[in-house]
Design a protein around this ligand. Structure first.
Ligand code: ADP
Ligand code: TRP
Length: 321
């Protein structure tokens, strides 16, 4: 089975990315043919600063490697290093109806947040469809926000297959219901673009500041609290065993719980959770050329698979003459 997903290098990777996508990708490498990539072409839709995009790309690759992604057990590369992504995108544009893209929630949401409605932003889902279809992926682990993009990819694949006969595998979204939308400090979806994220590799003093900024309700210490509508509880839960979640729930339901204490505990919990990876992250960060070599080799490995699909597609659409 082929499992595939990508992540944008549009800022520091955060715990929403980790629980929504990165952790399951790293777990899949032992039991599937894994395709994992840094989508720098997608990030161009929002990052207009060359040196920053280049830096973020290297950092995202470093984060993934530090967290345990093994390039020998997977295909791990930077999207823009494999030119077939752009080539297939152009071909797929011609099998994508305007209405399909006009219905995109993600596009509408970005425009409502003030981004310039340029064509890259509008066509974003077509590039994502090409990313997936190029590798004939069966399963795409993502957070809930990507569900509609997966539906668009399936729709485009279906249209192409209808015209030219079976060509592309229809991908299934891999969304874990319990981790579909990790909340940020303010209770909205945690995102690089909402300034509400807790980054994975964050210095401890900043981690403290971020955790202390988690919004809670105004219930007094002597009142019972509501774990099911508490952002702090939702974030804490990610890092705790079932028994520890049950224990924390009990504390919420009894009078006397201080949110400040739960926050102090959470700082230590997050810090310790990522501790095993922090040293690896520091060591890798000192070797940027090594990371570049890993990514280039990864691109060659991915390109071989992409070429197999493109050979077929070029013949079918008539680009081979
Ligand atoms: P961001 O919204 O921070 O820019 P990306 O769009 O790069 O994140 O998302 C990369 C992956 O992480 C996607 O699969 C996305 O669904 C997942 N993801 C991002 N934020 C969250 C979140 N808050 N909860 C669950 N999954 C998330
Ligand atoms: N759009 C995805 C996001 O913002 C990133 C992405 C690009 C992706 N290409 C992909 C995810 C292919 C899964 C498969 O998170």
């Amino acid at each position: 089975m082929r499992v595939l997903s990508g992540i944008q290098p549009s800022g520091h990777l955060h715990i929403g990315n980790f629980f929504g996508m990165m952790r399951s990708m790293i777990q899949w490498q032992a039991k599937s043919e894994l395709f994992c990539f840094i989508v720098n072409l997608h990030a161009l839709t929002t990052v207009n600063d060359g040196p920053l995009l280049a830096l973020n790309t290297l950092e995202a690759a470093t984060d993934f490697l530090a967290l345990g992604l093994d390039p020998d057990k997977s295909h791990f590369w930077v999207q823009g290093d494999v030119s077939e992504h752009a080539e297939l995108t152009w071909i797929l544009h011609n099998f994508t109806s305007m209405g399909l893209l006009e219905r995109s929630h993600s596009y509408k949401d970005k425009i409502s947040r003030g981004l310039v409605p340029n064509h890259g932003l509008f066509a974003y889902p077509v590039l994502m469809a090409a990313d997936i279809l190029l590798y004939q992926a069966n399963l795409v682990p993502v957070g809930q926000d990507q569900k509609q993009h997966l539906e668009i990819a399936r729709d485009i694949a279906g249209t192409f297959n209808h015209v030219f006969g079976p060509t592309f595998t229809l991908p299934e979204p891999g969304i874990d219901e319990n981790l579909a939308t990790i909340p940020g400090l303010d209770g909205q979806k945690m995102s690089k673009s909402y300034n509400n994220a807790i980054n994975i590799f964050i210095p401890k003093d900043e981690l403290k500041k971020r955790v202390m900024a988690i919004v809670t309700d105004a219930r007094a210490v002597d009142e019972p609290k509501d774990p099911d509508n508490c952002n702090l509880f939702a974030i804490s839960k990610l890092f705790l065993s079932d028994a520890a979640v049950a224990e924390l729930r009990e504390r919420y339901l009894k009078p006397g719980l201080k949110y400040g204490e739960v926050k102090k505990e959470l700082v230590e919990i997050i810090w310790n959770f990522f501790a095993p990876y922090r040293q690896a992250r520091e060591d890798l960060a000192k070797r940027p050329d090594f990371i570049r070599d890993v990514m280039r080799e990864g691109a060659q490995k991915a390109s071989r698979v992409a070429q197999e699909t493109m050979e077929v597609v070029r013949v079918k659409v008539g680009l081979k003459y």
